[in-house]
Design a protein around this ligand. Structure first.
Ligand code: BG6
Length: 467
């Protein structure tokens, strides 16, 4: 077993004064503390000239603004763990101070909540300071901005670290309903025989958000929807829908199986991609007045495998759409036409796996419409058993796993590079950006993309009182 299997004895957070820490990290740490899952000291590092108490005050504020009913005793325990080191990330002196603060700890986890351009310099500085032996380093997306930069970043990190010391966060992998996709598929024998090209006509994946870029213009404009959520979150979800059942006794069967799936996905065809930008996006602070960045994207991917050949995967994602909803809709083959009259040409059967806002699955059967010679959808719905508020949240789960040394839910270098390989043609030859009205389903050209196979289905929204 490598160092990754041992629990951490100190957590060092670079960028503790930043936005992510304020919105996500302190909440996650508080929730881990609440469950008695924090066992080590925490050292915050940032440029601010803070004393330990300033950092604790910052933690208190962040927890107060993100947690509904704060248990003061839990918060006090969390603050007691916290100390602070001030310094510039490019200055070797900072790393000497970090080393001193770490003291005798042997298995540090370094969590880098810093701009991606600083990942490599900080890791190299950690190496210089002799801090990487036995350590794990957690980084946040984006891991590069195209295939070349992803390879370059990985090569730089690997100068100092082994691959199993690098934990790349894709917070979708920490979502319970995303993990549930694999459980549903592989725990229910009735699904496996039909989960292939003989029965499935196509798959529609939707990640709709009903809000805009808001105060994130500066981050978003050089990125766009493809890099923000498709290359990572949506492709990760796609791999769980499409991968083979993990088999064998290798060290990392699930991530190996996902990698094989990515390898089977054909590089995207620029002709099968539609990009859109909502009206008003260019007025967002930090966005260029002539920005060609997409806030919506729809694309088709094909998979060259025995299971999926000829089954298109349609993906659409965007901001300022009518609803907030993320789902996978597996659409089955249309049954053959039976006889003329009421039994002809029913709609295809569908299975929706909903990830957000409330996770569940729905199988749409077609039954007889009461009193009429016609079909009526009869839905069989399951809402996944959850205890809202008590279930581990993605950052809590992933940070907890990083501290424990469980790297199963982090993305591996080879998979990151494969996903960039898949989308790279769309970056090389971007489709023109089409305007769309906020609150609409994106540019009308997206309907052309699916023409001949299907139309986009309305996502499954929770009914009143359904969850
Ligand atoms: C982030 C993106 O990775 O995921 C955001 O940067 C997006 O643009 C967010 O809104 C969605 O995640 P969640 O968990 O809030 O649905």
């Amino acid at each position: 077993m490598g160092p990754q299997a041992e629990p951490a004895d100190v957590l060092v957070i670079f960028g503790i004064s930043g936005d992510l820490a304020k919105k996500m990290t302190f909440r996650a740490l508080y929730r881990l503390e609440l469950r008695n899952k924090l066992e080590c000291p925490i050292i915050g590092v940032a440029r601010n000239e803070w004393a330990d108490d300033d950092c604790r005050g910052h933690a208190r504020e962040a927890v107060a603004s993100t947690v509904d009913e704060v248990d003061e005793a839990v918060l006090a325990r969390l603050c007691d763990r916290l100390s602070y080191v001030a310094g510039d990330y490019g200055d070797a002196e900072t790393f000497k101070r970090v080393k001193k603060a770490i003291g005798k700890a042997k298995r540090p986890v370094f969590y880098l909540e810093i701009p991606p351009s600083l990942f490599a310099p900080v890791v190299l500085n950690l190496g210089e300071a002799g801090l990487t032996d036995g350590a794990r380093v957690v980084i946040e997306k984006p891991f590069g901005h195209d295939i070349e930069s992803a390879r370059e970043l990985n090569a730089q990190l690997l100068q100092v670290l082994d691959e199993d010391q690098i934990l790349r966060i894709d917070h979708f992998l920490g979502k319970e309903p995303v993990m549930d996709i694999a459980y549903l598929r592989f725990a229910n024998t009735m699904l496996e025989p039909i989960w292939n090209r003989r029965y499935i006509s196509h798959v529609q994946m939707t990640m709709a958000e009903d809000f805009g870029v808001d105060d994130r213009g500066r981050f978003y404009d050089p990125v766009g929807t493809m890099r923000d959520v498709v290359q990572n979150h949506m492709l990760q979800v796609m791999s769980l829908v499409g991968m083979e059942p993990p088999a064998g006794h290798g060290e990392d069967p699930i991530r190996d199986t996902k990698l094989n799936f990515f390898k089977a996905v054909r590089s995207a065809d620029p002709k099968k991609c539609v990009r859109g930008q909502y009206d008003g996006y260019r007025d967002v602070e930090g966005v260029a007045k002539d920005s060609q960045t997409e806030t919506y994207i729809a694309l088709e991917l094909e998979v060259d495998s025995w299971r999926w050949a000829g089954v298109p995967f349609f993906i659409r994602a965007g901001k300022c759409l009518p609803v907030r909803e993320t789902e996978v809709n597996v659409v089955f083959q249309r049954p053959p036409r039976l006889v003329a009259g009421p039994l002809s040409a029913p709609d295809p059967q569908q299975m929706v796996i909903r990830i957000d806002p409330s996770p569940g699955a729905r199988i749409r059967f077609l039954a007889k419409k009461a009193g009429e010679d016609a079909f009526d959808p009869a839905d069989f719905k399951v809402l996944f058993e959850r205890t809202p508020g008590a279930d581990p949240e993605p950052y809590e789960r992933l940070l907890g796993d990083a501290l424990k040394g469980n790297n199963r839910l982090f993305t591996r270098e080879d998979a990151v590079e494969e996903t960039w390989r898949i989308v790279q043609p769309l970056l090389d030859e971007p489709a023109p950006v089409r305007p769309y009205e906020p609150g609409s389903w994106g540019p009308k050209e997206a309907n052309e993309l699916v023409k001949g196979v299907c139309a986009w289905y309305e996502p499954w929204m929770p009914d009143e009182g359904e969850g």
